[in-house]
Design a protein around this ligand. Sequence first.
Ligand code: TXA
Ligand code: MG
Length: 311
Amino acid sequence: MNNEITAAAKALANGNLVAFPTETVYGLGADATDPEAVAKIYSTKGRPANHPLIVHVSSLEKAMEWASYQPEYLAKLASAFWPGPMTLILKRSNLAGDFVTGSQDTVGVRIPNHPIALELLAAFEAMGGMGVAAPSANRFGKVSPTTAEAVERELGAYIGDGDLILSGGQSEVGIESTIIDCTSDQPAILRLGAVTAAQVESVTSLKLKSDQGEIRVSGSLKSHYAPNAKLVLNQNPEPGDGLIALDSVATPAGVTRLAAPKDASEFARDLYAALRKADDLGLTRIVAVTPEGDGLAEAIADRLARASYRN
Ligand code: TXA
Ligand code: MG
């Protein structure tokens, strides 16, 4: 076991925060059973306390310790997509305190697919840890970080002595996990991501429920994932603007190309870094051309819509 990971697992056990890489975006982690450690996540992010957190674990067995009810299709989803970019909302067990769930009777659980995240979680569990609560490692409402450098710039001024940031390269998926409500006999998608609706229906042989009910998902706020620059969708870029679009779209003269992905996977992977780059360059306006199609393209369109929303 690598020393840096052991030190990070100890930091978690001591009530400190550890930012760590996952395949979706970087997370800001704390011991999910420690109310004071979890409170630090909220203050570091500037996040309202009623927004629930996702608990990250290294195995299905550990995930189930957080749940009090398992619908039949849960095992199918877990074996098809875990470790991976999928969060399951489950009826909670007594392990899940109000301080993690935003006082809801459900808890979000995920097994991330990143070697450093999995090693960290396993090391923490070997020390007696039950799970690591982790939101995306950005200030509330801002763009999720997909590199350790982005975490440092986003939260460096807010994290405390003894808190750590682990590096693990660029997040491969690039947008947050698909969130699936598994609290009833029929699953429902609460946040789109790389695990698609069609995949969930095919793996479970069930039709998805469309009604989201009363569940609170901060990623479902109309305005979220927002850069400082004004983001507009599907307009003609003007000189001085930044442009994010598939590489089939040309860059007009005077426009700064922020990303030219060749397909939806690259689009998702590069999107948040492109939004950050616009802010680094001091651009005031970004034009994004939304990719067409369902699945991952739909998840990208969802993030772009929220990042462009202005009250
Ligand atoms: O890919 C991801 O999911 C990343 C990485 C770090 O795992 N995490 C992430 O966390 O995006 P966060 O907190 O930024 O977004 C998690 C979303 C929030 O919108 C939260 O409201 C929702 O999950 N959520 C968590 N627990 C929930 C619950 N019990 N019921 C409904 N929504 C829940
Ligand atoms: Mg987030």
